[in-house]
Design a protein around this ligand. Structure first.
Ligand SMILES: [Fe+2]
Ligand SMILES: [Fe+2]
Length: 368
């Protein structure tokens, strides 16, 4: 071992023959000397192994389309092209402890039902025939709609269009749940659920926005509302822009919430939609927590740890924990919208959320 940091209170022990022999003695006892790893496992500040990545839809879409004819949905279980961060391959993570992928379903196709301890969410990209049954509630979802599949909920998906394929983005906390050794998976004993008679029942029951069912009795830690339509989401952003200047770091940003509590949609993952007005460029900040972004509308760029990523509609990019980031809408006349999901609920519940604003250079990063 070499001298790592010449600071009192930090590990700075140099290897000697005597110590090397001591370390091997410890290793044989399934033990070790903390000072050989202390500076790595107790960093000065978060040291994510994830790197910023931009996944261009123009590059990925042809691969996703190819997958639709190469494997059947039944054989694959779920036909998904997953997005893998070069720094998180061992966890199949897109960033941090978040997984994401692009799922395609052919016209008339339906996947059998299953459930798992991991929580999931969907953001629809293209196709008109998408449906999912979550705990017996059949949801119809279209482009830019957001839907959740809470932990333990039986779910199955399909496409009832007779001509167009459906592509949606999945987001899951699989890497988190696996890291916690808490994942499990079950296939439905009847292969398919029997959905209730009323389609989108959770939206009818809990989606009023300004009203909730009086005396609603809900004691789960996830939202009773399972689907969040794009039209209402976009309208909410436009209305918010009439009364608020928004966040200096995110523009007009709103969170998808559990309508009964105002809290995040699920205990492990939160989701936002944000609107960057024409020509808007935000200031840089950073925080603990990882984020996966999906460009729902428009085009622009983000700077992440000094690296500029230019994005277009349906591109996906990630911001690792503690990475500096700022966003810009490059259109002078049209707004841009970014959907994102994150692990902020985990950070908040563990009291690990912390945030810092960039003060230098008028709040903007220097390009590296
Ligand atoms: Fe699933
Ligand atoms: Fe941020």
């Amino acid at each position: 071992m070499s001298v790592k940091e010449d600071v009192i209170g930090r590990s700075r022990v140099e290897d000697t023959d005597e110590l090397k022999e001591f370390y091997s003695r410890l290793e044989n006892l399934n033990a070790g000397a903390l000072w050989t790893v202390a500076n790595d496992i107790e960093p000065w500040e978060p040291q994510p192994t994830s790197v910023p990545v931009l996944w261009r839809y123009a590059d990925l879409r042809p691969q996703v389309i190819d997958s639709a004819s190469m494997v059947t949905g039944d054989d694959a279980g779920r036909r998904v092209v997953m997005l893998v961060n070069p720094g998180r391959k061992e966890l199949s993570a897109a960033v941090g402890l978040l997984y994401t992928g692009l799922q395609i379903m052919n016209p008339g196709e339906s996947m059998t039902a299953h459930r798992h301890a991991a929580s999931a969410l969907r953001f629809v990209i293209e196709g008109e025939g998408a449906w999912t049954v979550v705990n017996g509630d059949r949801l119809k979802v279209g482009p830019n709609d957001f839907a959740i599949t809470p932990r333990g909920a039986w779910h199955e998906h399909g496409n009832d269009s007779d001509r167009s394929q459906v592509i949606w983005q999945d987001g899951l906390d699989i890497p988190l749940v696996n890291t916690l050794d808490a994942n499990s998976f079950q296939v439905h004993p009847d292969q398919y659920q029997t959905p209730g008679k009323v389609q989108n029942s959770s939206l009818l029951e809990y989606g009023a926005g300004i009203l909730k069912p009086a005396g609603a009795d809900w004691n789960r830690r996830y939202s009773p509302l399972l689907a969040y339509p794009w039209e209402r989401t976009y309208e909410a952003l436009l209305n918010q822009a009439k009364v608020s200047a928004g966040s200096p770091y995110d523009g007009i940003i709103m969170e998808y919430v559990n309508p009964l509590t105002g809290g995040s949609v699920m205990p492990t993952m939160g989701a936002h939609m944000q609107l960057l007005r024409a020509g808007e460029a935000t200031r840089a900040h950073r925080h603990t927590g990882s984020v996966v972004y999906h460009v729902a509308k428009g085009h622009g760029h983000s700077v992440i740890n000094g690296q500029r990523l230019d994005w277009h509609e349906h591109d996906i990019f990630c911001v690792p924990s503690w990475a500096w980031h700022e966003h810009a809408n490059d259109s002078a006349s049209n707004d841009a919208c970014l959907f994102s999901f994150n692990d902020f609920p985990v950070m908040h519940s563990l009291d690990l959320y912390t945030e810092a604003a960039m003060e230098d250079n008028d709040g903007h990063q220097l390009l590296s």
